[in-house]
Write a protein that binds this ligand. Structure first.
Ligand SMILES: *Cc1c(COP(=O)(O)O)cnc(C)c1O
Length: 354
């Protein structure tokens, strides 16, 4: 794709790797590409990072026709920069676009835009262990219009943020609150998409869990409040009696790229893996009998998060003595090894940036 590049005249100071946090600092440039009816996506550019000017009537502000993706660029031991399965993010962005009546972006253009932006910003990809450059492709509806209908203009943009390890305290198991009242996604809705609205509706549950001393919410299905779906912005896996379960993705559950990669690795290692709706009651009973062996969340931001405690209604159970399990640890080591280039990429998951 032809991208016109305007470089920033002054560059920002880099941030010390130890103080990066998550999503607090942004690089010098961003990618932008508008869509207009009759023209399609046009005028792809990389420009200095700066605020947008938008009409207050822009439809994104009123009807939330908006979505995003989340991916990372990783620094390899030899100083190279690489992406992990970026074509999957391109495909998922389009599946979200279709659900939200936003015109699709050619997948090769999406990946090319990410590569060209990251190549220009390569000095922002941090070097310390477990740090990376988080990449946030986003689409917003820009037409100024107050009638409810699909917008006739959009802006697709990509920004980058150097990030530290997701959990500052290290890979300590997290405590999870099982939400039995509020729900995140219903059948026929948008649970399988990265639509911004999904996260707005999840905040009340997240705040409630944090007030009770839990770091994340495990959502139950919206119809029966019975089957476990996913955790915050992570998919969730449960090892019960040697079998590894995760909720089916596609409808109410986000089809995570980390999730798909874990399922593939687990199958290669000979574990039985089942995409199956698991009832919270049977999980709590399995925990009581000592059959709930490991629980972990998966997602680009944190890669793998071991879960050490589950609280459902008035009862809480400790998993694997509150310590990280063997399968969880092996997945973490393997995936992070491939992503940061310390292990060979036998799966063809890695795309070098230049
Ligand atoms: C992004 C996301 C995930 C994880 O997807 P990855 O592709 O693995 O990063 C899981 N659940 C939700 C709700 C998400 O938004």
């Amino acid at each position: 794709m032809d991208i016109r590049i305007t470089k920033a005249e002054t560059l920002k100071d880099k941030v010390d790797d130890a103080h990066l946090g998550f999503g607090q600092y942004y690089t010098d440039h961003m990618f932008i590409m508008p869509y207009d009816e009759g023209q399609g996506w046009h005028d792809a550019q990389i420009v200095p990072y700066a605020p947008f000017t938008l009409d207050p009537a822009a439809m994104v502000f009123h009807y939330a026709q908006e979505c995003f993706e989340g991916m990372k660029a990783y620094r390899t031991p030899k100083g190279g920069v690489q992406l992990f399965r970026p074509e999957r993010n391109a495909r998922r962005m389009n599946s979200t676009h279709r659900r939200l009546c936003i015109p699709e972006i050619p997948e090769e253009d999406f990946v090319d835009a990410v590569k060209q932006l990251v190549a220009l910003e390569r000095s922002w990809v941090p070097h310390s262990p477990d740090t990376s450059l988080y990449i946030r492709p986003t689409t917003i509806a820009t037409e100024p219009h107050l009638g409810v209908k699909p917008s006739n203009s959009y802006l697709f943009f990509i920004i980058c943020s150097p990030v530290g390890p997701y959990y500052a305290e290290g890979l300590d198991p997290i405590k999870i609150y099982v939400e039995d009242e509020l729900t995140r996604a219903a059948p026929g809705g948008t649970g399988f998409t990265k639509a911004g609205g999904n996260y707005a509706v999840s905040l009340a549950g997240q705040v409630k869990a944090q007030q009770l001393g839990y770091s994340q919410v495990l959502w139950l299905d919206a119809v029966h409040r019975k089957y476990v779906e996913e955790v915050g912005s992570m998919n969730c896996f449960f090892k019960v009696d040697g079998t590894i379960y995760t909720a089916p993705a596609g409808g109410t559950v986000l089809p995570g790229i980390t999730r798909a990669s874990c399922m593939e690795l687990l199958a290669d290692w000979g574990y039985p893996v089942k995409e199956e709706a698991l009832a919270i009651d049977s999980l709590m009973a399995a925990a009581d009998d000592g059959r709930l062996e490991e629980v972990f969340g998966t997602g680009t931001a944190a890669v793998i998060s071991p879960v050490g405690e589950l609280r459902y209604k008035d009862k809480s159970v400790i998993i694997h003595k509150g310590e990280i399990g063997e399968v969880t640890a092996r997945l973490y080591a393997t995936l992070t090894g491939i992503q940061w280039g310390t292990l060979p990429d036998e799966k063809g998951w890695i795309v070098p940036v230049d």
